[in-house]
Ligand binder design. Structure first.
Ligand code: GYE
Length: 320
């Protein structure tokens, strides 16, 4: 009897701990339910971003609710509201515009659903409305483009600017930081600036309008993304000019086609903006779902720049 007592005690302990641990273990293996409000499908960058988010979710067994905003802010707000109604564990947004988010984020907060702002930033008066930001430093990208241009033009040239989506942090910061970067060079000037909404077709149309308006009286095109630069290249070639030679072209994203255009000598420089957020975003989501904070609260990718000196070597190892 005496011999068996400790054994029985041990057995009881094991049975009890199994009872206690079972629900915890099943909570840990329950797939995370994540709502992702994407901007739309405006560019090659966006396609790579969506791919990264979907494939990484599949790899991790995440139950992903994907909403394509089709470029309309009201669609995104509606999507986030429906994620709240569905009771997802975490919400991720890639905001089209910086403004308009407060009411729906307050609803998510009231429902205790943490929100990750990814890619582009938002303006809110209450920073506690989202848990963390994971994205790119658009101001740094604009600065890098400006510095490259200043160096390769000896601080001289008339610039036509193709802006991204009006109201987006990506366009706003790439414009502002670029303007600041060239401000030290009085002979390097933006002579016209229009939105091409980050799209290839619109980039081409805006460039056609620029060519009609300015004739040959410009030297440089600064596009906020590769898609618009590639559209502009079509318009420039149709006008009988050589992109990369007659017109210097600087853009942002460094998607595969952009880097290929650098190798072909048609884009002079493209500043990288990495779209592969899947792993980082879901690491953060898992932490938040477990009640842990994501630190640092704002995380920025480090981006490179590609021009004639390094594009060819980089091409075979580009992942997007
Ligand atoms: O540069 C552009 C896309 O927000 C960084 O959005 C993103 C931008 C990217 O459509 O191609």
């Amino acid at each position: 009897m005496k011999i068996y007592a400790p054994r029985m005690f041990l057995r009881t302990c094991l049975a009890l701990s199994a009872l206690i641990l079972a629900p915890l273990a099943s909570a840990a293996t329950k797939p995370l339910k994540i709502g992702f409000a994407q901007t739309g499908a405006e560019s090659a960058w966006r396609t790579a971003n969506t791919e990264s988010m979907k494939s990484e979710a599949a790899k991790r067994g995440i139950d992903l609710k994907f909403a394509d905003g089709q470029g309309k802010p009201e669609n995104q707000i509606r999507a986030v509201r429906s994620f709240v109604a569905q009771g997802v564990d975490v919400i991720i947004i890639a905001p089209i515009e910086t403004t308009g988010w407060e009411p729906v984020l307050r609803e998510a907060k009231a429902a205790k659903i943490p929100v990750i702002v990814m890619d582009r930033s938002i303006d809110v008066s209450d920073e506690s409305l989202y848990a963390c930001f994971i994205g790119s430093d658009f101001a740094e990208e604009g600065r890098m483009a400006a510095d490259w241009l200043a160096k390769h033009t000896n601080g001289k040239g008339r610039i036509l600017e193709l802006q991204g989506t009006t109201g987006s942090s990506a366009a706003g910061e790439r414009k502002r930081a670029f303007a600041e970067g060239i401000a030290k060079y009085p002979d390097l000037k933006v002579i016209d600036s229009q939105s091409g909404n980050f799209g290839r077709e619109l980039g081409k149309q805006v460039m056609e309008a620029f060519l009609k308006k300015h004739g040959r009286n410009f030297d440089i095109v600064y596009a906020h993304n590769d898609d618009m630069a590639l559209g502009a290249i079509q318009a420039i070639e149709a006008a009988g000019l050589k992109p990369g030679k007659d017109v210097m072209i600087v853009s942002i994203d460094a998607v595969r086609e952009g880097v290929e255009a650098v190798v072909a000598g048609k884009i002079n420089c493209t500043v990288e903006c990495n779209p592969l957020f899947g792993p980082k975003a879901y690491d953060a989501a898992a932490k938040l779902a477990a009640g842990q904070p994501v630190l640092p609260r704002k995380q920025f990718n480090k981006d490179e720049l590609f021009d004639a000196t390094n594009a060819a070597a980089a091409l075979p190892i580009r992942k997007y």
